[in-house]
Design a protein around this ligand. Structure first.
Ligand code: PRT
Ligand code: ZN
Length: 305
């Protein structure tokens, strides 16, 4: 009897766009290697049981929702829109980990100079958007009767073309709105890129087995380790022993520091610790004023607690 094939997972990823580089970088930092090729739909990892499926970001929620891919890396705005449009309530897509990049918000904006006095002002407006599902759900929640004008791109020019009174679009810096004479008035959804998992368990041929769940748990742990490491710093310094309480006050995010006695009478110490916060120049200067010297702050590559 032949052994069954070991399980491999499929992860849907944006083929080419804003999220692609950061997503590749994250997987690489998790220790996964791939043989990327622009023309291929699939890219297999050589050292982890995971195959990437490289597609347009708008298609990712459907592949994940249907269980064709167990996992996806995608903006939560796209997931929300898909689930609102399809009115999915059973087995929704699960957010396993927010990844801290691709941050943006879905906002309503009106032409500068147009009076706006809260969501009630949107009554009878024509609002142009590529996110009709999310916008309709927002308007319904607030009981606002407005017309949703669906556009697939360049939503920000709709008021100038007089096809809409307001728009609902993604905003990150706000520069696009400003340069089109628009003013952000309501945020209806906060988004960032996330690792998501199918809510399906029994798709024929792609059942969610214990083996697959274990692989997902292992990948999630690695991703958490990479994210935690990128938010942490390793800090080392020498200081008089008497300065330790003051130093701990300056660095409240410092985890149980390792204190090593220096010299013979032990009144000087070396402090080593992981800090969960950003260490700025002014923090280093404060440490120096407390008598710390040889202060070293170094990035951390991986952390497993
Ligand atoms: O080809 P494919 O369909 O895969 O890609 P796409 O062109 O549809 O998407 P892409 O690559 O542009 O964006 C992918 C994801 O990035 C989005 O779904 C969001 O989750 C996230 N993201 C983060 C953004 C932005 N920030 C963003 N600023 N997506 C789009 N924008 C656009 C926005 O639509 C507007 O036109 O940037 C403009 C606003 O930016 P600011 O900085 O001027 O406010
Ligand atoms: Zn897209």
């Amino acid at each position: 009897m032949t052994n069954p094939q070991p399980a491999r997972l499929r992860l849907a990823l944006q083929k080419s766009g804003r999220l692609t580089e950061r997503s590749h970088d994250l997987l690489t930092r998790c220790g996964l290697t791939f043989n990327f090729s622009k023309d291929k739909l699939f890219s297999e990892s050589e050292n982890f049981p995971l195959d990437l499926m490289l597609v347009r970001d708008d298609d990712i929620p459907e592949y994940v929702s249907d269980g064709i891919c167990e996992l996806g890396i995608v903006g939560l705005n796209v997931v929300e829109e898909y689930q609102q449009q399809k009115k999915i309530t059973a087995n929704p897509i699960k957010v396993l980990k927010k990844l801290g990049f691709g941050n943006c918000r879905l906002s309503i904006a009106v032409p500068v100079g147009r009076p706006y006095d809260g969501p009630e002002s949107l009554k009878h407006f024509r609002i142009a958007t590529s996110y009709p599902g999310t916008l309709r759900a927002y308007l319904a929640r607030l009981g606002i009767d407005a017309q949703v004008v669906e556009l697939s791109g360049s939503v920000e020019i709709a008021p100038k073309l007089q096809v809409a009174d307001a728009i609902c679009d993604l905003v990150s810096t706000g520069a696009t709105l400003r340069s089109n004479g628009l003013r952000e008035v309501e945020t209806i959804f906060q988004s960032e890129c996330a690792l998501v998992q199918t809510g399906q368990t029994g798709q024929t041929g792609r059942e969610m087995t214990k083996e697959k769940s274990d692989i997902i748990a292992s990948l999630t742990r690695r991703i958490e380790g990479v994210i935690k490491a990128s938010q942490s710093k390793y800090i080392m310094m020498n200081a008089p022993r008497s300065a330790l309480p003051a130093i701990r006050k300056i660095l409240p995010g410092m985890e149980a520091p390792t204190v090593i006695s220096l010299g013979e009478n032990g009144d000087k110490i070396a402090i080593h610790s992981v800090s969960q916060e950003n260490i700025f120049w002014d923090t280093m200067e404060k440490l120096k004023l407390e008598g710390a010297s040889s202060i070293l702050v170094v990035p951390i590559e991986k952390i497993i607690d």
